[in-house]
Design a protein around this ligand. Structure first.
Ligand SMILES: Cc1cc2nc3c(=O)[nH]c(=O)nc-3n(C[C@H](O)[C@H](O)[C@H](O)COP(=O)(O)O)c2cc1C
Length: 367
């Protein structure tokens, strides 16, 4: 509240809004933002990260993939012929951003999740126009509304997205997208405009997805899930400690049901680090029999950003943004676990001891 722009004063281009990728269709103020809106039918307040293009000084484009909670809430207002009140902030406690961009189930508050992880509640102020909570320490925050798309919508993009390709605009998935009519802007003196543009697919991914995914599986009754990782776009890896025949399949089906944007779902044993692609590929090449260890799930929840969807005119034009998922069972067959050859790699502690002992003469660590 150090600085306030209201009504006609609103000018988001006062901030140094960047263009991130060479062929982006505009300048994006929101790549690491938090968008907050409230379900009109309950007390549920959602927070999600959705990209935002600056169309005009007081008009933002909002790209919310079909199925996103923020979009579902907007749809509930639109069905009533109303605009959806919304708050967004740019530059905030990173834990709030991480919660915002993580798939926390419908009905559960991302702000409370961030507070739970921090160990104290997130401080918020009440938005003067919308009554929605605004994280009190945000660098920049806005209040506004998202009109029904038949009242106002704009072409958006293209924007270089996380799969490593442009999306939106005229590039395959182009259709007018919702906008935010910005009514007020609040910002600190010399605010920092935080961003998290995709840039390229190998860039590190921050999110609480892994903990969320594990919790989701446990809620589905799957025991001994060690970790869930997303080491690259479109690859999800679930490490389990197998306890009974069929355990791997059960974990795969439960994981598949919660996955959006998957292409490969790999189930590995608990001796494999799911974050380490080399270990995952080793498990795939040595424990997964291609004739029996791969199965397909067709018509899974995906997004129009998927290049295999946007490059397929039939799917694109019909609005079928689903994709197909391959499940790789890269686990020792449970009933043959006793006969499976013993892993020859030395235990981690021993490898570490050897490295420490010979560090001065080794050309590289033999890990
Ligand atoms: C940096 C970053 C940018 C993102 N941008 C978008 C986006 O433009 N549109 C979108 O639908 N999801 C985007 N996401 C993913 C959503 O934030 C994520 O799916 C989140 O769970 C959505 O919240 P919701 O489940 O409450 O709708 C982004 C995620 C990250 C980490």
């Amino acid at each position: 509240m150090q600085n306030v722009m209201n009504g006609d004063e609103v000018d988001l281009l006062k901030f140094p809004v960047p263009r991130f990728h060479a062929a982006d269709g505009g300048r994006y103020i929101g790549t690491g933002d938090c968008v907050i809106n409230k379900d009109p039918d309950s007390d549920f307040i959602n927070m999600g990260t959705y990209r935002m293009q600056v169309h005009e000084p007081n008009l933002l484009g909002l790209w919310m993939s079909p199925g996103q909670h923020g979009r579902q809430i907007c749809q509930r207002y639109w069905e009533r012929g109303q605009s959806c009140p919304v708050v967004a902030c740019f530059g905030e406690d990173l834990l709030i951003f991480m919660a915002s961009s993580s798939p926390i189930p419908w009905g559960r508050s991302e702000l409370e999740r961030a507070g739970g992880m921090r160990g104290r509640p997130v401080e918020v102020i009440k938005g003067p126009l919308t009554g929605l909570p605004i994280p009190a320490h945000a660098e920049i925050a806005i209040e506004g509304e998202v009109p029904p798309p038949w009242v106002e919508a704009r072409d958006e993009g293209p924007f270089g997205e996380w799969p490593g390709y442009y999306s939106g605009g005229t590039l395959g998935t182009g259709e007018p997208q919702p906008v935010i009519r910005v009514k007020a802007v609040y910002y600190r003196d010399n605010p920092i405009l935080f961003n998290s543009a995709p840039l390229w697919p190998g860039a590190p991914k921050y999110g609480l997805n892994y903990g969320e995914g594990k919790e989701r599986l446990e809620r589905a009754g799957i025991q001994d899930v060690v970790a869930i990782a997303n080491p690259m776009p479109y690859i999800k890896v679930v490490a389990i400690r197998q306890r009974y025949p069929g355990h791997a399949k059960q974990a795969a089906m439960a994981a598949a049901s919660g996955i959006r944007n998957g292409r490969w779902l790999v189930i590995v044993d608990d001796d494999i680090d799911p974050y380490d692609l080399k270990e995952v590929l080793w498990a795939m090449t040595t424990r997964c029999d291609p004739a029996t260890g791969i199965e397909f799930i067709n018509g899974a929840w995906s997004t129009p950003l998927d290049p295999l969807v946007s490059a397929n005119p039939e799917k694109r034009d019909s609005g079928d943004h689903t994709n197909n998922l391959a499940v790789f069972y890269a686990v020792r067959p449970f009933h043959r676990r006793g006969e499976f050859p013993k892993v020859s790699r030395s235990p981690k502690e021993l490898r570490q001891q050897v490295v420490e002992k010979y560090r001065s003469i080794l050309p590289f660590p033999p890990m």
